[in-house]
Every structure is written in C-alpha cells, then in structure tokens.
Write a protein that binds this ligand. Structure first.
Ligand code: PEP
Length: 256
C-alpha cells in the first residue's frame, strides 16, 4: 500500500514573513507524524530557500508550484529543475489548472516539465481535471484520460521513480464545495486505468499515487482518503492557516 500524502498548495498567497510563521507553527504542531503519512508544502518561489532551511529540522517536505523544462539558458523568468533541487525541493506541481487557465499551459508543456523534473530526480505532481463546460458537454472522462496520456506517453520510468497524479475538478477548486468522495474514487479509477494502459501493472502500483484536490477541508478530508484509490489530497485554501492544517492532519493520521 502506498504511503498516504498530504500536499499543501499555498499558491500566491503568502509572503516571506507569513510563510516563516506558518512553517514554524506547523513544525511545532506536527512533531508526531509517523512514517505512514507524507506531508509536502508548496510555497511561492521567492520563499522556497528560506522554507527549505526551516524544514531541515522537521518531517515536512518541500515542493514548488511549477518548473520549466530547460536546464539553463535564455528563458527569462523561468526556474529549472536543477535550481529547485539545489535549494531542497523534492516535489513539483505540474499542469495546475490555474496555470492552464491563466498562462495557457498545455498537456504538451506538462509532458516536457514532467520529463525534465524526473531527469533531475524531482517527484512530479501532475494535476488533471475537467472544467464545468467540459463536464456539461459530457466530456469529463475523455478529458481526464487525454490529460494523463498526453502528459506521460513516451516517458519511461525507472522502478524507483515516484509520480503523483492529482484529480482536481477545475470548477470545484476554491468553491468551498468538494465533489462527492465516490465521484473522486471513480475518476481516480479512470486515471489508474489510463496508467495501466501506459505502463506495466507493477510500475503503476509501485510508482504512482493518485490523489484528490478541490475544496478539501477538515470536514471532508477523511471521507476522501478512506476510499480505495485515493492515496492522499492536494489542498489549497484550507492549508493556509495553522489550525485548519493541523486539524486536517489529525483527521487522517493514521487512517490507513
Ligand atoms: C488547488 O488549487 O490545488 C486546490 C485544491 O485548491 P482548494 O483546496 O482551495 O480548492
């Protein structure tokens, strides 16, 4: 059984001072986390270095919210996988719907980013999910299969290379209303099938974790991670306050 994972995406919400305070409070409040739960925080680029220093003491891991696919060169404003690795990142969110929506990111870009991240030993967190319109058109499952397949097709994986796929229905993110856990379970099963169509079964079982994200908070978190193909959660808004963060962890640790 894969280790359950809790990933916090702090988006563009916290500056340096606020990030430092939140991390210190989390380290204080989450000292007793056992081996069966992995916690990852993804702050803004500008605070990663400071976050990395603080996290050396505890059991929380560091991720970034994006990465570029080239190693170095004339790519103004971009950050390479090596740069992230150098300052202590282990994870990287790729293809988040907000980047797809506001910056025109495509499945092809997600593919390039995953390839580059893996080459540098980072663990990609690929976000997939349908918009409300796609759902209304009856395209949901097709969109999910397409996003997973286009992002991963042709990328070979070593036995130890971990990848996380997060099902995040776009219309639910930040809405305060998560989908029903049974729907997330159904969609994660579709993601798992897409992976089985791309990789040998043992690689899918050992390398991948499939999680859910979208308006998860302490009132619903347990109902998601109790489901059989939901190996964790990606949380935005509800992970920005110490009390809520710790409350969520307490609800799920240890449930499996
Ligand atoms: C997200 O943006 O990845 C997310 C899950 O946000 P929220 O929890 O706020 O819906």
């Amino acid at each position: 059984m894969p280790k359950m994972i809790f990933i916090a995406n702090w988006k563009m919400n916290l500056g340096l001072k606020e990030t430092v305070i939140l991390i210190k409070q989390l380290l204080g409040g989450l000292k007793k986390i056992k081996n069966n739960l992995e916690i990852v925080i993804c702050p803004s680029f500008t605070v990663l270095s400071e976050a990395s220093k603080l996290l050396k003491k505890g059991n929380i891991k560091l991720g970034s919210q994006d990465v570029f696919w080239e190693e170095k060169g004339a790519y103004t404003g971009n950050i390479s996988p090596k740069m992230l690795k150098e300052i202590g990142c282990e994870y990287v969110i790729i293809g988040h719907s907000e980047r797809r929506q506001y910056l025109g990111e495509t499945d092809e870009m997600a593919h390039q980013k995953i390839k580059a991240a893996i080459k540098e030993g980072l663990i990609p967190i690929l976000c997939v999910g349908e918009t409300f319109e796609e759902r209304q058109e009856g395209q949901k499952d097709y969109i999910i299969i397409k996003q997973v397949t286009k992002a991963l097709e042709g990328i070979s994986l070593s036995r130890g290379q971990k990848i996380i796929i997060a099902y995040e229905p776009v219309w639910v993110i930040g809405s305060g209303q998560a989908v029903k856990p049974e729907e997330a379970e159904y969609t994660n099963q579709i993601i798992k099938q897409s992976l089985i169509d791309l990789y040998p079964r043992d690689i899918v079982e050992q390398n991948f974790r499939i999680i859910y994200g979208g308006s998860v908070d302490s009132s619903v978190i347990k109902s998601f991670v109790e489901r059989s193909v939901i190996d964790g959660v990606l949380v935005g808004g509800a992970s920005l306050k110490t009390k809520d963060f710790i409350k969520m962890i307490n609800k799920i640790h240890p449930v499996k």
